[in-house]
Write a protein that binds this ligand. Sequence first.
Ligand SMILES: [Zn+2]
Length: 431
Amino acid sequence: MENVDRRTLLLGSAGLLLAGCSGGGDLEKPKPSSKGPNIVRPRTGNVVTEADLKELTGRLNAAVRSGDIKQLMQVVDSEDFARGDFEKRWRRRLDNFNRLGFVEGEWYIGLPGGRTRNSAGGLVEYSGDLVFAHTIKGCDGQQVVESMRADYRKKSTKAPLELTHVGEVDAFFDPSIWDVAEIDAIETKHANIVFRIKDAKRAKAYASRIEAGAKRALQVMPNPKGVDKIFYALTWPAVDGKLWGGVAVGDADAHAYYHPFLDPKELARGQKEVAGNKGLPLATGRVGLHQGSFSRPDFEDVACHEAVHVLAEQWRGGGGAPIWAIEGLATWGESPSGLMAREGARIKAAFRSFESVALKGYDEFHKTSREYDYYMCAGAVYEYLDQEKGRDAVFETADAFYGGETRKAGAKKLGRSEKDLLAATRKWLGA
Ligand SMILES: [Zn+2]
């Protein structure tokens, strides 16, 4: 399974993602005076400067690096009415980060336009965004972000910038596995496996199968720069499908949660923009393995399937990938060249039905008794490409569809319509 939820939809909306929606530097531009000549007014009075941001960011970063909750609490004003919530969240987080040992975090504070100066020199108070960005060693090619609203204060020209309130984390990113329990991890060569301390026995028992699944996916798929591991979280009924903003499909045994690499500096200014650094992946993912997945006989394949989803996120530039292109790749990735031997008869029997469904939407693909058949047929499209055009064609196809704002844009980038691709697969199958 893969999450195709409101986040994908949000990111598919070019307006929100690329153009941004609020704030910005316009307010900072000097405006022509209505009387007399254009005069650029100097920024006099009490002004929040880049140096102020740097100083406050430095204190926040040092506190997180220290792993000491007391040091972090010293950065937030002692009169904050919600300070207790912040302390609770971050005490747990820092404890968890300390135990895991592979999470690195960094804060970003943005300067919103227009509200950060008091020309008379007195108190400046404003609300803005605060971003915590982290990387999991080996799993993330860029920083994974989360934003929260925060209140800031600068009492006078000489006073430091203060953090007077930190609000809830944006629902889009929340909660992370490290916010919901005391957790620990097992690191294998190709996986970081995170679990509740009380699930340690199960994690240990399944670690070698998770590692084997991750290894297979990393061998099949192109590895994004800086990535040689997959992040797995063992979830439990209360949080199955509910981490990182939640996913739409609740009854699956596992999910790959999508994490877009948004530019943390822009996000701190309230703008959602893809961190499009050349040569680096556009997104990553986290695997949630529900309790139900552990009784599946094909558990290792599930671990591999979800890891393929995560690795495919490297190409995600929009929300336009058709569901068959997403699930087909993960199904094919479980056993390239093994699919036809195992499921060939089923695929041939179902392909014509799949062909019409594939051009439709999410529900037609998933909410049917033929869902399993459609997964296999979708996988066969990539098997056809692999056999007839070579391995590169598999990834070019996935890249094109994952990159598209719409499925039409994806096909255009590929230079081949979905219809044509499906028909060619049918011909190859002899179905
Ligand atoms: Zn899937």
